[in-house]
Design a protein around this ligand. Sequence first.
Ligand code: PBG
Length: 323
Amino acid sequence: MFPKRRMRRLRRTGLLRSMVRENRLNMEDLIFPIFIDETLEERRPIESMPGQYRLPLGEIRDEALELVSLGIPAAILFGIPAEKDEVGSEAYNPEGIIPQAVAEIKDEVGDDLVVITDVCLCEYTDHGHCGLIEDDYVQNDPTLELLAKEALSHAEAGADMVAPSDMMDGRVDAIRTILDDNGFTDTIIMSYAAKYASAFYGPFRDAADSTPAFGDRKSYQMDPANSDEALLEVALDIEEGADIVMVKPALSYLDVIRRVKEEFGMPTAAYNVSGEYTMVKVAARKGYIDEERIVMELLTSMKRAGADMILTYHAKDVARWLE
Ligand code: PBG
């Protein structure tokens, strides 16, 4: 007996396939990460991330205009300061690299680009950890005050959203409180809620110059083996006032994205991190894989898992492919 239900009927032509397609990647889903280096006069390629650059402040307006013209709706900014110290002073300097960059972008493109800032100390501390160190241990509570000041300095400069990536307990509450107390009640918090201690951040640490000088981040970032714990992390951040919750990395954590989306129904972001980018880029440059098809398949899988938005270094390439 031949099958009555033939699944292949709806796969016969491109048009039929598009009619039954369940998930689509749109330009509106993408957030492009930008590295701004206070020490540079001109852009410098990031060796560990082929095709990505550290930008000088002087190029930030053009960069913003380029993103707008490509149809990319949002950027997340990472700062590399000229001076680093034990307490990450430049992270919460109101005249620091990020407040300056935010102000310039907003002056240039206004609401045509959503400006998100990464809130963390690791790019600003000389030891490269995401918080204050005492007895060789990252101290939670004293760090909160600094993160809150950092977020406030970004909001004052005009950031639409602040994105704490440090994984200290209670930071969303600390940030929401300081923002509200200063009248920034509409500044959005996108929390890196379930952020894992991942080897996939390797190329980023080179890009942002934030490799820890000793030890690792396992005492604050999550164990890759856990996913119930991710739900607890996300629940706490929502309780503390997060507007958008993020799972990071994306590729090895599609199951976590799915669980988070199903459990909370919150706006959910996935961070397609540096190591995921570099693996694809290097293999593509060698000619071993089809870059466009691989990237579209990967990003679509993140949407299928439940992500509403994706932070990705591929955003500019995707803009060209989707044209
Ligand atoms: C800062 C931060 C990191 C990333 C985003 N924010 C690095 C880390 O936690 O080590 C990683 C981004 C990427 O790998 O693309 N805490």
